[in-house]
Design a binder for this molecule. Sequence first.
Ligand code: G6P
Ligand code: MN
Length: 436
Amino acid sequence: MSYVITIAGGGSGHTPGILLTALRYRKEFLINEIRLYDTDEVRNEDMRIIMDFLLKREHEDVKLVATSDPKDAFTGCDFIFSQIRVGGMEMRELDEKIPLKYGLVGQETCGLGGFAYGMRTMKGFTEMVGFIQQYPPDAWILNYTNPETIVSETVRRQFPNIKIINACDMTIGIEMLLERSFGYDRKNLVATYYGLNHFGWYHDIYDVTKGRDVMPEILEKIKQQGFNTEGTEPSWAHTWNIMADMQRVFPDNLMNNYLQYYLFPDKIVESANPTYTRANEIMDGRNKTIKENVAKIQENRDLDTIDYKSVAHGQYIVEMAMSIIHNQNKRFMLIVPNMGAIPNLRPDAVVEIPCYVNAKGVEPISLRFDIPDFQKGLMEAQVAAEKLLVDAFFENSYQKALEAFTLNQTVPNATVAKNVLDDFIAANGDYWVNLK
Ligand code: G6P
Ligand code: MN
């Protein structure tokens, strides 16, 4: 069997990493066609040029198409890998800068920036799923689109029967960090993790070679040594350092680094530059490199300096596709309706928990333990805030949006919630539904 893959958000700088990961597994996962789908035709064409170069360099005979037409993109494809970013980096920049103007966390997926992005993505993503349903109703959507809990909750409400797997690479990223820092081998770790997307904790990390839970010793190592940030770009090194500090304050469970935005917003805001945020770094870094690489290819120079790597993002998505194709029952942390998996959390929450992936799709694992009050309290407030935002989208409700913004745990009062909401409404225009 060989497969047709559509990468939605094909113009993203993450696309080459997916290709290079897939090529590492070409025996198990044979791809005969890759379609790049993007509403931004310039970025998509740039990426087509880079992908074409990489395929030729690897001597791969794969058909490559770039299109902004959903019919051409989705008809007859087997997998859709979705990483769309509605509004692009330009809007990410505003998601980060508007809250910072008010002294609040400014981030693409957490806090009010995440909610602003959520409002845009609900609109753009549901529109895309509508197209997908029209053309290849049988394809699996492997979805990375942020902010993931909000996207998952929205799709569940509007398209309850769609074949979608919602995944985030952060847990695999954390496990790779454990490999780099302390010499563990991810393949030997069976982890139990629970939470919401970008908002969770490890309960235990069983090491099959040792026959026991190694989370206590990992936590001790973090406390003593921190993480190995060698070769990590400065923003991520900063995140890993804050994470190590967080673990010293909350030493019982290994946690998701994104909790930094909810537990220590003071430190985050203090170290942020309100005029130069992560979006600026990416525009000046990853995105500039795309343009430079396209020029090198077109001018046929410095080709050996074009350097892309297979990283966590691609690894996760390709491993999932293979687990479906070959019915491997591999274990992944995925974003699914709770339905009792975390017994003492509301069943209609969308949670991130371990799941098996096989030919049938996703089989979530029931945790069968109650989570502690600290985690439960934080999660309940977050679930309610995210649900209110999704309500606001479907009901065109300003009031619900304001409640969501006020309940967000990075927000100290309703006055600032309203100010930020009004700024975001003005900045987003038609990217958002009209709130009345
Ligand atoms: C991790 C998260 C993604 C997020 C990305 C941001 O991979 O799981 O959800 O989009 O980090 O990375 P960036 O380099 O774009 O700031
Ligand atoms: Mn993520």
